[in-house]
Design a protein around this ligand. Structure first.
Ligand code: MRU
Length: 354
C-alpha cells in the first residue's frame, strides 16, 4: 500500500479453486452469518444452481465463479460424459465449452461481469491450439481471479481518501470481500482507510428481502474490526438528513455506456435521498462492470426473483395467499445522482468514454 502498510489480503476465499484444483470452491453465503461453510462444485448444473441460489453472489464474484466453473465443468464432461473416442476430439471439447458457457450465462441476467468473464474465456479458447486448450483455459480463469483481487485493492486505494477521520459512511447490500475474490468494491475503500488508521463508522442497510447488508456486510466488517451498525433500509433517508453520514458507497452490477448504474434494489432511493441532503454518492466498480453494449439504464435487464423471498420471513408466511408481489432484485440509478465512479483505473465522473 502507498503509505507502507502491509498489502491487504482478502480475509477469506469467497471463490477459489479447490485444494486439488478439480472443483470450484465457494464460501456458501446462503448460510452466513450463522454457519461458515464451503461447498465445491464440478458439474455445470451445480455451479449454475450455486449462482442462482446466491451461494455465490455479487457481480465480480459470479464472474470469477463462472470462469473457474466453466473449466471444471468442461474437465468433468471430458472425463465422465463423452465417449472415450469423442473425448479425444478437440472439436467436441470446443462444442461442449460453448454449451457450458451458455448454461452459466443464463444463471443470472443483470450482472454483466458474468457474461464478461465467459466471453473472455471463449475468446481465449479461440486463440489456443487443441493441445493447449485445457491448460490455457485454466490459466485464463486463474488470471481473471487474480486480476479481480488486484482491482479490488486498486479501487480501495482510489477511494480511501473519500473517508475522513471520524466520519460516518453508508452502504447498501454487500459489495465487500464476499462479493469479489478480493477485498470488495464498495467496501474496499473502507478496508484501506481502516488499514491506514482512519476511524469511521459504517451504517449498513439491512437490504430487503435477502438481507445481504445484515447477514453479510456486517459479518465481514465486524470480523475486520470496522465499527458497523445495521439499519432497516427505510431508515437511510432520515440518517442522511441527520448529518451523521458524510459519504455513501455502493457497488454495481452493470454500468451502462451513459453512466446509469444497476445495483441492488434500494440503491436508487438511497441516491435520491443522498442528493436531497447533499451527501456524495460513490459507485465503486471495476471496468468489467462497465458495459459498452448497453446504451442506458433502460436497456439493462432487471432480474425478478421468486415470490417466496417476499412471502416468507424464514419459515413464517407473512403474506396472504394469492397476493401478488413485485420482487425486482435490482434498480437503476440515473447517472445524474452519482458523484464519482471509483474504479481500478482511478476516479471517473460522467460524461466518460468506456
Ligand atoms: O443479488 P446480489 O446479492 O448478487 O446483489 C449484489 C449487488 O447488488 C452488489 O451491490 C453488486 O453486485 C456489486 S458487488 C461488488
Amino acid at each position: 500500500m502507498s503509505n507502507g502498510a502491509p498489502l491487504l489480503e482478502p480475509p477469506f476465499a469467497t471463490v477459489s479453486w479447490s485444494a486439488d484444483g478439480r472443483a470450484l470452491r465457494l464460501l456458501d453465503q446462503r448460510v452466513l452469518p450463522g454457519v461458515e461453510q464451503y461447498l465445491e462444485t464440478r458439474h455445470v448444473h451445480d455451479t449454475v444452481e450455486a449462482i442462482r441460489s446466491l451461494a455465490v453472489r455479487g457481480a465480480p464474484a459470479i464472474g470469477v465463479a463462472a470462469a473457474l466453473g466453466l473449466v471444471v465443468a468442461l474437465e468433468h464432461v471430458l472425463e465422465h460424459e463423452l465417449e472415450p473416442e469423442h473425448a479425444l476430439l478437440h472439436s467436441a471439447a470446443r462444442g461442449e465449452l460453448r454449451g457450458l458457457a451458455a448454461l452459466l450465462d443464463a444463471s443470472r441476467p443483470t450482472a454483466v461481469n458474468l457474461r464478461w468473464a465467459l466471453q473472455r474465456m471463449l475468446r481465449v479458447s479461440e486463440s489456443l491450439s487443441d493441445d493447449a486448450l485445457m491448460r490455457g483455459l485454466r490459466a485464463e480463469a486463474t488470471r481473471i481471479l487474480e486480476e479481480d483481487r488486484a482491482m479490488c485493492l486498486a479501487i480501495g486505494e482510489a477511494g480511501a481518501s473519500f473517508i475522513t477521520e471520524g466520519s460516518g459512511v453508508l452502504t447498501h447490500c454487500n459489495a465487500g470481500a464476499l462479493a469479489t475474490a478480493g477485498i470488495g468494491t464498495a467496501l474496499a475503500p473502507m478496508y484501506v482507510a481502516h488499514a491506514r488508521g482512519v476511524t469511521f463508522h459504517v451504517f449498513a442497510d439491512e437490504t430487503r428481502p435477502l438481507l445481504q447488508g445484515a447477514r453479510l456486510t456486517s459479518w465481514e466488517l465486524q470480523r475486520a474490526g470496522i465499527p458497523v451498525t445495521v439499519q432497516p433500509d427505510g431508515a437511510a433517508a432520515s440518517l442522511l438528513r441527520s448529518g451523521v453520514v458524510q459519504a455513501v458507497f455502493v457497488g454495481a452490477d452493470r454500468i451502462a455506456a451513459n453512466g446509469d448504474v444497476a445495483n441492488k434494489v434500494g440503491t436508487y432511493p438511497l441516491a435520491l435521498a443522498a442528493r436531497a441532503h447533499g451527501v456524495p454518492f460513490y459507485v465503486c466498480a471495476p471496468y468489467s462492470t462497465f458495459d459498452a453494449n448497453t446504451a442506458t439504464g433502460d436497456d439493462i435487464e432487471i432480474e425478478h426473483r421468486h415470490r417466496d423471498e417476499i412471502a416468507l420471513a424464514g419459515e413464517r408466511i407473512v403474506l396472504p395467499t394469492h397476493v401478488p408481489v413485485n420482487n425486482p432484485a435490482f434498480d437503476v440509478t440515473p447517472r445524474e445522482l452519482i458523484t464519482h465512479y471509483i474504479t481500478e483505473r482511478g476516479v471517473l465522473s460522467p460524461p466518460f468514454h468506456i
